[in-house]
Design a protein around this ligand. Structure first.
Ligand code: AP5
Ligand code: MG
Length: 192
């Protein structure tokens, strides 16, 4: 299975991704985690990316696409993967489509985690990552609304989008996700 998680900062993408990859045997590909690892390793790309991340802005598409393209080519991705926080712009979505069309490995589903703003602030204020100060959270939300939300329509048109109510306990939300994924999983097994 090849899938994407879309949702605002604090929606629970990372939390749910951990459960999904364990249950369905997928590789977890989080561009945020990759960028933080590059930043902590003080690579050139990591230091450049940090300037954007600490301001709550999106890292330029060219940097992200180079990282993702290389990662998707690795052997382990053949068993299926969950893209967490990518794509985040129309240009990224279009580039991903080209990469996947060339490889003849289309996406199976795009899951949107929907959570009201007040709850996002509540969750992120309690966490304390370096980009979790109120002003940076606000900017991350602006970036989401302006640059990422248009992807919902993009994937809706391709009949790939499923929206999940992201309010509730971690376990309740995971059950909603399983209700969407289980039928798809049996289908992808039959197709083999
Ligand atoms: P990224 O790391 O992707 O962060 P984000 O999208 O802002 O979201 P978070 O990781 O903060 O939230 P999440 O939805 O994963 O929620 P989580 O499970 O952690 O990106 C960071 C930065 O990197 C971006 O701002 C950008 O600069 C750059 N970047 C990354 N990808 C990029 C791309 N493709 N293009 C350009 N730039 C890119 O949960 C949040 C908190 O809530 C946790 O404390 C958790 O324990 C708690 N929680 C989770 N579920 C629940 C629940 N059900 N109830 C109560 N609390 C909960
Ligand atoms: Mg995350």
């Amino acid at each position: 299975m090849r899938m994407v998680f879309i949702g605002p900062p604090g929606a629970g993408k990372g939390t749910q991704a951990a459960l999904v990859v364990k249950t369905y045997g997928l590789v977890h590909l989080s561009t945020g985690d990759m960028l933080r690892a590059a930043r902590d390793a003080k690579t050139e790309v990591g230091q450049l990316a940090d300037q954007y991340m600490s301001a709550g802005q999106l890292v330029p598409d060219a940097i992200i696409l180079a990282i993702v393209q290389e990662r998707l080519a690795a052997d382990d991705c053949r068993r299926g993967y969950l893209l967490d926080g990518f794509p985040r712009t129309l240009a990224q979505a279009e580039a991903l489509d080209r990469i996947l069309a060339d490889a003849k490995t289309p996406l199976d589903v795009v899951l949107e985690l929907r959570v009201p703003d007040e709850e996002l602030f509540r969750r992120l204020s309690g966490r304390g990552r370096s980009d979790d100060q109120p002003e940076v959270i606000r900017q991350r939300l602006v970036a989401y609304r302006q640059q990422t939300e248009p992807l919902l329509d993009y994937y809706q048109r391709r009949s790939l989008l499923k929206t999940i109510d992201g309010l509730g306990t971690v376990e309740e939300i995971f059950q909603r996700i399983q209700q969407v994924l289980n039928p798809l999983q049996s289908k992808s097994v039959e197709d083999r």
